[in-house]
Ligand binder design. Sequence first.
Ligand SMILES: Nc1nc2c(ncn2[C@@H]2O[C@H](COP(=O)(O)OP(=O)(O)OP(=O)(O)O)[C@@H](O)[C@H]2O)c(=O)[nH]1
Ligand SMILES: [Zn+2]
Length: 389
Amino acid sequence: MNTFASSSNPSITSTTPFPGPREYGYTEKTAELFRANPAPGAQDDASPGRVVRLDRNRVLVASSDGLLHLPYPAHGLVPATGDWVWLGHNLAGEPAVVDVLPRHSALSRKRAFEASSEEQILGSNIDIVAVVVPVDRPLTHNRLERTLVAAWDSGATPLVVITKADLADLADDVVGEVILQAAGVDVVTTSAEQGDGLDELMRHVPDGATLVLLGPSGAGKSTLINALAGHDVQQTGAVRAGDGKGKHTTTSRELVPLAGGAVLMDTPGVRGFGLFDAEEGMDEMFGDLDALFARCRFADCAHQAEPGCAVQEALADESLDPRRWSSYLKLQRELAALARKHDAAARRAYQREWHQKVVSAERGQRAAERYRHDQAEERAGKGGKRRKR
Ligand SMILES: Nc1nc2c(ncn2[C@@H]2O[C@H](COP(=O)(O)OP(=O)(O)OP(=O)(O)O)[C@@H](O)[C@H]2O)c(=O)[nH]1
Ligand SMILES: [Zn+2]
């Protein structure tokens, strides 16, 4: 299931051309990305960095020399948390972010699929999106499914993480139910309080990979993050500045290096993402398309080439954005794929069950034959050869 693992990150070799922030996920694969996307002109001494947090005027970037607070790039892509960037100099000769590299995945708030310039990137270059489901308050089927669709849509690999498994009397049915709902996506059961399942969870996160946790408030994300980081992230991740009056402003990093080379992304926007997209989800995003479908001449219109198709008309008169329509079709395909995976998982379970039945039937038959054989021998007076049972 974990497709990322197969293309896992080999460690940095001596041939790596430029140093980068290894504890923030800089691997040989990342170095290749930088090689393939050289720094813009006149930036000979540029070096790789990763965006750790966005502030109003500056970007907090991890470099091989530590954390730097730098001006935004003058043009090009607007950086997002998780972006790989070239660090160089701006026109004034000050250190600055000079380029944002292409993203391999992005969680974005697509809000009815506006043009890409309006889409808000909440986090980028995420490898594993973990949907957190607490046993004491499980997600409804729809919500888990939709959050998984959103996770897939980001380009990352989804994973379901059950939390608070120590609440034992609740756990068993919830775990079984969630595995069914997860439709083939791997499910890991954890108790941050007891330290259970954390290694298992990290086995799904390769070295150098970036993990994000999505889930509703109270699902146990903070507790899990602190358990994974091995310390209180809010405190140790903080950049503290005293103002001399005994007050401190505390701001936290949004990328947290974990032991073993993985990186945890913990941004307020991303945290709430599951909630946003899952609850309001498709209905909100595509509600007006339903109204359009209702105007098609045929009730079972496939919106392809049928006469009187309101969708095709809307595309023709440009009242429907083709991007938005293709996004809708894409999500439909993903939902169908999800259903197929679900079916495949059910089929495998069914086959397993039958296999077991057949095996035990054969075993029973052999035992019966042996028994009949032994009985016959006994009757024939060959008791001495009788097998001990
Ligand atoms: N029994 C038990 N309780 C837990 C566990 N993990 C978290 N909790 C409790 O669940 C509650 C919510 O946990 P948080 O970690 O704050 O949840 P969160 O998802 O970060 O919530 P937000 O910060 O609102 O997004 C707290 O009272 C925790 O003590 C666990 O493994 N077992
Ligand atoms: Zn139609």
